[in-house]
Design a protein around this ligand. Structure first.
Ligand code: PRP
Length: 220
């Protein structure tokens, strides 16, 4: 019997860049995931189907085997506390960075080497606390789920840790990037058991993606 492979895709910026990549290796959704209300979408390849979910849910779906493989940002993987995922490939897409930012006015007289204790708003509490703990800097972290850039303006925190791509959102809110924590790209991850049971079909897809990436100039 032909095996079914379920691929979890993170909504938003990953979805927009992952779909063209999947199309290049012949996997095209039969309905447009950004328009369809369907959450489970068949593709042009019989046996490969997509689930399109919030990025923070992708590791959970894959870890528990509700999806066999997933495409998700490295930021989400770094923040995830589970340890049963297998990272197969750096897809090199959706490249951005995790950075510390603060208001222009604060940055003028600020010296990051003098930081001892910081109040930071972020949706990445784990990444943030680990980063500053490794530098011996204490943090009070305020967990948010979006619109981090508002926090310094509204007086919630002095600084934020957030994704920066073009920098337009920071500029629009008169914030400046003062420290980079990590570079982020989208990764292909797999469930450990699926790798054993569906190893052939996963290997074939990974092989196609890898050779497609190397033709473009592999980011790895
Ligand atoms: C991210 C991030 C910033 C913005 C940065 O949000 O949180 O708000 O993108 O991009 P820029 O440097 O090009 O302006 P995203 O759009 O991923 O949505 P989110 O608020 O749900 O995280």
């Amino acid at each position: 019997m032909k095996q079914t492979l379920t691929l979890a895709l993170a909504k938003g910026r990953i979805l927009n860049t992952a779909l063209p990549l999947m199309a290049e290796v012949g996997v095209v959704p039969l309905e447009d995931p950004s328009k369809s209300r369907k959450l489970l979408i068949e593709t042009s390849v019989a046996g490969i189907r997509l689930v399109v979910i919030r990025s923070a849910d992708v590791p959970t779906y894959v870890e528990f085997g509700a999806a066999d493989i997933g495409i998700v940002g490295k930021d989400v993987l770094m923040e995830y506390t589970g340890d049963a995922l297998c990272e197969l490939l750096d897809l090199g897409i959706s490249r951005c960075r995790i950075a510390v930012a603060e208001p222009e006015a604060l940055a003028k007289g600020d010296d990051p080497s003098s930081w001892r204790r910081l109040r930071i708003a972020t949706k990445y509490p784990k990444i943030t606390s680990e980063h500053f703990a490794s530098k011996g800097i204490q943090t009070e972290i305020i967990k948010l789920y979006g619109s981090m850039e508002l926090a310094p303006i509204a007086g919630l925190a002095d600084r934020i840790v957030d994704l920066v791509d073009t920098g337009a959102t920071l500029r629009a809110n008169r914030l400046v990037e003062v420290e980079q924590i990590a570079t982020v790209t989208a990764r292909l991850v797999a469930n450990q058991a699926s790798l054993k049971v569906k190893g052939e079909v996963i290997k074939r897809l990974v092989g196609k993606l890898r050779s497609n990436l190397s033709q473009k100039g592999d980011p790895e």
